[in-house]
Design a protein around this ligand. Sequence first.
Ligand code: F6P
Length: 343
Amino acid sequence: MERIGILTGGGDCPGLNPVIRAAVRKGLLEGYEFLGIKDGWKGLVENMTMPLDINVVSGILHKGGTILGTSRTNPYKKEGGLQRVKDNFKKMGLSALIAIGGEDTLGVASKLVDDGLTNIVGVPKTIDNDLSSTDYTFGFDTALNIVTECIDRLHSTAESHHRVIVVEVMGRHAGWIAVEAGIAGGADVTLIPEVPINIEEVCNTVTKRHSRGKNFSIVVVAEGAQFADKGMVLQEQKLDAFGHVRLGGIGEALAGEIEKRTGFETRVSVLGHIQRGGAPTAFDRVLATRLGIKAVELIKGKKFGRMVALQGIKVVDVPLKDAVKELKTVDLELYNIAKVFSL
Ligand code: F6P
C-alpha cells in the first residue's frame, strides 16, 4: 500500500484540520495509507511522526490550529538538513508528501522538488492571502470575519469615548486583511504594507471628521505597513528561521503620532493571534476540503511539483514554482475603494 505523508508548516491557520481530514478520507477511499509528520519540516528533519487514520481525523473539521503541530523550521538552514529530509522520507516509507503551508513552507517544498525529492504536492494556506496563483487561501475568510467583528466592537468604545482607535491587524507583506476588513468594518483610515503611510494625510482625515462632528475614528493598520517618512522607523525586531522580522509595533507608533499631531485621545488594539485562532468559517471549511481532495487526486495522477489552487470558482493545479515566485499583494483598485471612505 502506498503511503502519503502530510505536514503543516508556518503559522497555524483555520482550515488546516479540514484539509488533513479531507485528504485522508479521500486517500483512504483511493487505497492509500497516511502518516502524519509533526511540526512541519522539523518533523522530516528529525523524524517525528504520528498515526493518521480515519479515527484520528474524525471530529476535527471545525477545529482551529493543526492536529499535526507546526513550526517555522527551514531544513535548508539546518546542518545536513536536505539529506536528513531525504533520508527520513525513505525511512518513513513515503511515496508522496502533501505539504500544507504559505510562502516559506511551499518555498521549501519547491526547492526540495528541484533537489530531487520530487513527489510533493503543495496546499496553500495563510490568513494573509498573499500566495500567488490562487485567488484565495483558506484561513483568510475566517481572519477577515474575526477582524470585522472586532472593528464593530471597537466602534462602540471609539464612539462613546470620542477616541481614535488604531486597530493593528496581521499582514506581513500584503494588506489583504486590513483592506477587506477596513471596507467591511467601515474603517475611516486603512493602511497597508503596499502603500507607505502618509502621517499628515492620516491626521487630516481624522481632523476633518472631527470638524464635521464625527468625533471618533477607526484606523486599521496592517502590521507590515511602514511610514513614508524614513526617519519614522520602528525599533529593530527579532528574526524568525526564514529571516522575517517578527512584526508588531506599528499600531503603537501610529497612535502616538496621531495623538501628538491632532490632540485627540488615541488608543491601540493589537489583534494579534486572535485572528488566527478558533473555528474556520464555512467558506474556509469548504475551500480547505476541496483543496485536500484535489491534492490526493494530483498524487493519484502522479502530478507532482504542483500546488492546488482556487481560480474563480474552480479548484485547479499550478506549478509550485510559480506559486512561490512572488507574493500576491493587494490590488490597488480594492485599496482605492477603502480610500473613498477616508475622504
Ligand atoms: O504568515 C501569517 C502571519 O500571521 C503573518 O501575518 C504574521 O506576521 C506572522 O504570521 C506571525 O507569525 P508568528 O505567529 O510566528 O509570530
